[in-house]
Ligand binder design. Sequence first.
Ligand SMILES: CC(C)(COP(=O)(O)OP(=O)(O)OC[C@H]1O[C@@H](n2cnc3c(N)ncnc32)[C@H](O)[C@@H]1OP(=O)(O)O)[C@@H](O)C(=O)NCCC(=O)NCCS
Length: 168
Amino acid sequence: MIPGYAMPDVPTTYGPKYVSRALALLRKHGGFALVAELEGRPVGFLTGFLQPVPAEVSRMEQRPNQQGYVMDILVEKEARGRGAGRALLREADRRFLEMGCDNVQLNVLVGNRGARRVYERAGFREIDLRLRKVIASPPRGWLEVRARRRAGRRRARGWRPLLPRGSA
Ligand SMILES: CC(C)(COP(=O)(O)OP(=O)(O)OC[C@H]1O[C@@H](n2cnc3c(N)ncnc32)[C@H](O)[C@@H]1OP(=O)(O)O)[C@@H](O)C(=O)NCCC(=O)NCCS
């Protein structure tokens, strides 16, 4: 089994580095990689593995203590829309069932409408939504910089810094 935290090791761009890292992970944790062929030519792949669900989450959300996880699925552009993705997802279901797991999850970007549609057709339903916001924080030392600038402007206008009472 692969713990969720192992996944940041896998590069997000698909190249030789991705392949070697992903395969090593899958091999180590008993996952699988499927290849889809169209007219005898490889056109896409899917990687998946079993993921343990922490006991407290499984209890709270009343779901099984393990889930199948589709790590990646990709069909090359020219071959899309011809059933390769659907076939990969169907075969992944079969593998997970064979491994004794009757549910499967994956993550997809909200903006990836095409893939979301494919998943919906394959029976996936949304279960949660992750939200993020960027908090614009002032740069390091920003408050000091601002204070110095203000003091500089005051000096330029002929102001004198206020001194505590009795210090003059
Ligand atoms: C997502 C992806 C793997 C789907 O592969 P695919 O081979 O094109 O999918 P299929 O041809 O098997 O299509 C499956 C179903 O979805 C439909 N579909 C496919 N692409 C669609 C799209 N862009 N919009 C709407 N429906 C779509 C098909 O009509 C088909 O419906 P059906 O079951 O009623 O016939 C492929 O588009 C892809 O590689 N995308 C880029 C990588 C990516 O985004 N991966 C997912 C990361 S989370």
